[in-house]
Design a protein around this ligand. Structure first.
Ligand SMILES: Cc1cc2nc3c(=O)[nH]c(=O)nc-3n(C[C@H](O)[C@H](O)[C@H](O)COP(=O)(O)OP(=O)(O)OC[C@H]3O[C@@H](n4cnc5c(N)ncnc54)[C@H](O)[C@@H]3O)c2cc1C
Length: 286
C-alpha cells in the first residue's frame, strides 16, 4: 500500500488528481477500522494530517468556515457559541479519544446515514467546500451532498476542504437515540435550528433513511403557520412531529426497527421544537 503524505493543500490536490484511487485519511477513526476489519484494502492512503490549514476555523464574511480536519473536541470547546447544534452533536460522538481524532470532514467523507454531524449541518443550512486540481472549488449545499448510503457528491479527484455554516441566529438542538448513553452509533437522530430572522425552522434527520435528510414538508408547515411571538401551539407541534416522522424512510437493522425509528423521529422533533421555542420566547422576554 502506498502512503502519500502531502504537506500543503496544493500538494494534497495534486496527489488526489494523480491518484484518484488514494483513500484520504484524517483522524482515521473510520478508515483504520475498515482496514483493520478488512472491509477495504486501498492501493494508497492519502494522509492529510500534515496539511495544517485543514485544522483551522475562521469567520469568513458572515459564515463560520470550519476546516475539514477540525476535530469534535475543538468543535465542542471553541464553536459551541456560533454552532450550538453541531457542538451538541459532537458531544455525543464516540469517546474522548474518538472526539480528539475524529473530524467533521471525516464524517462528511464517510457520508454514513448515521453520522452525527449531518443533521445539525442540514438544519443550519451548511455548505460543503470541495476542491479538485482540475476543476477548482465547488460549494455543495449539505442537502445536495448526501447521495446514498455512504455515498456523497464528492468526485474521485476531489477533497473536502471545509464546511461553511452560518452562526446561529436562534436556538439549535440535537437529539440522538442510542442503545446506551455513550460510545453509540445513532439508532436515529434529529436536529433543529430556528432562524428567527428568516422566520424559518431548519431540520435534519439522521439514521432514519438512506441518507441524512431534511423534513421539508415539516419545515414548510412551520414557515406557513408558526406565530413567532406566541407560545407554541400544541396541535401545530403534533403536526410538525407527524410530518418529520413521515419524512423518515428507515429500515430494520441491528440497531433498531423501522417502526421504532419513525416513532422516535416524531418524538424528537416535537421535543426539540419545544426546547428551542422555550429558548426563543425566553430570549424575547429577557
Ligand atoms: C469507537 C468509535 C466510535 C464512533 N462513534 C461515532 C459516533 O458516535 N458518531 C459518529 O458520527 N461517528 C462515530 N464514529 C465514526 C467516526 O469517528 C466519524 O465518522 C468521524 O467523524 C470520522 O472522522 P475522521 O477524521 O476519523 O475520518 P477518517 O477515518 O480519516 O475518514 C473518514 C472518511 O472520510 C474520508 N475523508 C477524510 N478526510 C477527507 C477529506 N478532507 N476529503 C475527502 N474525504 C475525506 C476518508 O477517505 C474516509 O472515507 C465512531 C468511530 C469509532 C471507531
Amino acid at each position: 500500500m502506498d502512503f502519500l503524505r502531502p504537506t500543503t493543500w496544493e500538494e494534497a490536490l495534486a496527489a488526489k488528481a494523480d491518484r484518484p484511487d488514494a483513500v484520504p485519511i484524517q483522524g482515521g477513526t473510520d478508515v483504520m477500522v475498515e482496514i483493520n476489519m478488512d472491509v477495504r484494502r486501498p492501493a494508497a492512503l492519502l494522509d492529510l494530517n500534515q496539511v495544517a490549514e485543514l485544522r483551522e476555523w475562521a469567520m469568513v464574511g458572515d459564515m463560520c468556515r470550519v476546516g475539514a480536519a477540525v476535530p469534535y473536541a475543538r468543535v465542542i470547546e471553541e464553536l459551541g457559541g456560533p454552532l450550538p447544534g453541531l457542538a451538541q452533536a459532537a458531544r455525543t460522538v464516540g469517546s474522548p479519544q474518538i472526539r480528539n481524532r475524529g473530524s467533521v470532514g471525516g464524517n462528511l467523507g464517510a457520508a454514513s446515514p448515521a453520522g452525527d454531524s449531518h443533521p445539525p449541518l442540514l438544519a443550519a443550512g451548511a455548505v460543503v467546500e470541495v476542491e479538485s486540481r482540475e476543476r477548482g472549488v465547488r460549494m455543495i449545499p449539505a442537502d445536495e451532498f448526501y447521495l446514498g448510503v455512504k455515498r456523497s457528491a464528492l468526485e474521485p479527484d476531489e477533497l473536502i476542504r471545509a464546511v461553511h455554516v452560518r452562526p446561529a441566529t436562534g436556538p439549535q438542538y440535537f437529539s440522538k437515540v442510542g442503545t446506551r448513553n455513550a460510545m453509540v452509533i445513532a439508532v436515529c437522530s434529529f436536529a433543529i435550528a430556528l432562524h428567527p430572522d428568516e422566520r424559518r425552522v431548519g431540520t435534519g434527520i439522521g439514521s432514519a433513511a438512506p441518507t441524512p435528510r431534511r423534513a421539508l414538508e415539516a419545515e414548510e408547515l412551520l414557515a406557513r403557520e408558526l406565530d413567532w411571538t406566541a407560545p407554541l401551539d400544541p396541535a401545530l407541534t403534533r403536526r410538525f412531529g407527524k410530518l418529520c416522522a413521515a419524512a423518515a424512510a428507515p429500515i430494520d437493522d441491528v440497531r433498531g426497527k423501522a417502526a421504532y425509528r419513525v416513532h422516535a423521529i416524531g418524538v424528537m422533533a416535537r421535543r426539540t421544537l419545544a426546547w428551542a421555542w422555550n429558548d426563543h420566547l425566553g430570549k424575547r422576554a429577557a
